[in-house]
Design a protein around this ligand. Structure first.
Ligand code: ADP
Length: 397
């Protein structure tokens, strides 16, 4: 069985074609600058990289080009579109409308339009991607795989905000979380790696990338997560503020003469470690700046680690104990100093990092980085959101 995974953004689109029996990626690539001058497709298959520079005015043009590459005599890897058994689409937000992976039909797409405003930066792009695929591959089975599904198991007292209950009922304002496919994948992989039953494990998964979220996973289900109604909440991120007192935010907006929409853009794009450091949103740049003596870069990194540490502590309490901490995503997989700073000081809770093991060179494998005496396992697991989307799609068929 072959599944095509599509992750559509507003002006970009990433894809992977996965052979499900072996879970091997047969081809992958991305389209950039859809709807903007200078369209470009980068396609990787059988060890080669192919670049096509071509205008892609719409997502339908982009999908058509992707399919053309997949069946191309030289760059391709399948004889015809018929070899694709189904398409799995990544969708950021499901609201309360969808609790699990869902097969696409007209009714489902109508609901998708209705909930688009829940993730205005992301969901409309996913709709464009689905509609483009339906136009180019009529009749092909397609699934929507939601970043929020894994968090749908949170108890009400964890997902509710303490606002007027009618606002929750009427507007569905509550915590939904994000990065669910990643949290699901790494918690499952942790159990497999440890040869333990996932049902018996209490895990805190730290997805630390440009956007970061931390989840509490009990027996394989999510019981709490740091992101909220949108991916703005939780720990400070590359450019997002993370948790903040709303009165403080409103005070800044007023002082700077920003309206609410400008204020939200500010919190999403100009804050986080970029805002604090004034250097960069990229943790590699921050580490270099800190090493060169930049104290605001040091402060940004300290704030990030401290916030992650607090979430681990909170989730240890929510879980009623802790067996495993998992680090994943760009920062979690590649930055030993951040991992060290996040767990330092937690020794009293049985969390003991082995400095030497922590300093491994990333080779794409799972690494165990706790001391032999540590009660809690600390794992670094490369995430694979596309594989989860493909698995979920295959399972639905
Ligand atoms: P996104 O949320 O955009 O998927 P990533 O998970 O790719 O983000 O994480 C990006 C972050 O990971 C950046 O802050 C970057 O500095 C950090 N990082 C550190 N080392 C690496 C590396 N070797 N490769 C990629 N990202 C890295």
């Amino acid at each position: 069985m072959k599944i095509l995974v599509i992750n559509a953004g507003s002006s970009s689109l990433k894809y992977q074609l996965i052979q499900m029996e072996t879970e091997e990626v047969i081809a992958k690539g991305g389209c950039e600058r859809i709807g903007i001058a200078g369209g470009k497709l980068t396609h990787k298959a059988h060890g080669e990289t192919y670049v096509v520079e071509q205008e892609m005015p719409t997502h339908t043009d982009a999908i058509s080009l992707v399919l053309k590459m997949l069946v191309d005599k030289k760059a391709g890897c399948i004889a015809s579109m018929d070899e694709i058994d189904a398409v799995g689409h990544r969708v950021v937000a499901s609201g309360e409308a969808f609790k699990k992976t869902t097969l696409v039909d007209d009714k489902v797409m109508e609901t998708m339009e209705e909930i688009a405003e829940l993730a205005p930066l992301h969901n409309p792009a996913a709709i464009l991607g689905v509609n483009a695929c339906r136009a180019v591959m009529p009749g092909k089975k397609m699934a929507l795989v939601f970043d929020t599904s894994f968090h749908a198991t949170m108890p009400d007292y964890a997902y509710m905000y303490a606002v007027d209950y009618d606002d929750y009922k009427k507007y569905k304002v509550r915590r939904y979380g994000a990065h669910g496919t990643s949290h699901k994948y790494v918690s499952g992989e942790a159990a497999k790696y440890l040869k333990r039953d996932l049902k018996d494990l209490k895990i805190v998964t730290c997805h630390l990338g440009n956007g970061s979220s931390i989840s509490a996973v009990k027996g394989g289900t999510c019981i709490d997560t740091s992101m909220g109604f949108t991916p703005l909440a939780g720990v400070p991120m590359g450019t997002r503020s993370g948790d903040i007192d709303y009165a403080a935010a409103e005070f800044i907006f007023r002082k700077r003469g920003m309206d609410l929409s400008e204020g939200l853009t500010y919190l999403n794009k100009k804050c986080g470690v970029l805002g604090v450091s004034g250097v960069s949103s990229d943790f590699r740049d921050l580490a270099a700046a800190k090493d060169a003596g930049n104290d605001r870069a040091r402060l940004a990194l300290d704030m990030f680690a401290y916030s992650c540490k607090k979430y681990i502590g909170a989730y240890m309490a929510a879980l009623g104990g802790l067996d495993v901490i998992v680090f994943t995503a760009g920062i979690g997989e590649n930055t030993p100093d951040v991992r060290r700073d996040v767990v330092s000081g937690l020794e009293a809770f049985g969390i003991e990092l082995d400095e030497k093991k922590n300093n491994f060179k990333n080779d794409g494998a799972i690494h165990e980085i706790q001391k032999a005496s540590s009660r809690v396992k600390i794992l670094v697991i490369p995430t694979n959101e596309e594989l989860v989307i493909a698995r979920e799609t295959a399972a639905l068929l």
